[in-house]
Design a protein around this ligand. Sequence first.
Ligand SMILES: [Zn+2]
Length: 98
Amino acid sequence: MNNDNEREPEYLGDGVYASFDGYHVWLRTGSHDNPEAIALEPEVWNALVRYRERVTKTADLRPSRVFCDFEDCDGEPDSTGLCETHRREFREHQAVKP
Ligand SMILES: [Zn+2]
């Protein structure tokens, strides 16, 4: 292992420290001297990053896509952002105007 590549453990927050030895990303909990550690090789590290992107993307997109733009309506929207009922109402409302 190349010591030149070894870096000081960095605190990520929530009791988790990360360090890098030039190949593995090491995760330790509680204290940076904690011998209980997880070594992530590059493939696993990439898989973890992809996993995070996947789960956060799903969580972020859900609220904006599922519901009709009309206040308090749970209807499923089409490309206009309104459900079928509210789209029809909106059209009828427009038709009344001169
Ligand atoms: Zn609606």
